[in-house]
Design a protein around this ligand. Structure first.
Ligand SMILES: [Zn+2]
Length: 113
């Protein structure tokens, strides 16, 4: 039997970083911060989230930085957007589907006595 599994990612939140100049081109209010969530999937059904990644993107000079490459001037906006970006419930649907037969087995064992 062939199992299709792996990891995928989806964007949770993208928001503009106000009152901050781009670290490369120095243009004001051109930087956007994005939060993505990676999840493990089995047959393209999301099983569980693996982690979040953070990116900044300047719409003027197209510079893209990952979380640890961002300058200190982005960190206030980054911590604020990290608090607002919640992992959605659909990324746990594989665990929820897996727990249903396990609950039925436990209930069957309890009532079989
Ligand atoms: Zn720029």
């Amino acid at each position: 039997m062939i199992f299709f599994f792996g990891t995928r990612s989806s964007t949770l939140l993208t928001d503009k970083l106000y009152h901050t100049n781009c670290a490369y081109c120095n243009e004001p209010d051109t930087v956007y911060l994005s939060v993505t969530s990676s999840y493990f999937h089995i047959f393209w059904i999301p099983a569980f989230p693996i982690g979040k990644k953070y990116y900044s993107h300047c719409v003027h000079c197209k510079q893209t930085l990952t979380g640890n490459q961002m300058p200190a001037t982005y960190q206030n906006g980054l911590s604020e957007i990290a608090q607002r970006a919640k992992v959605p419930i659909w990324q746990f649907i594989g665990l929820i589907l897996l727990s249903i037969p396990i609950l039925f087995i436990i209930i069957a064992i309890i009532f079989a006595k």
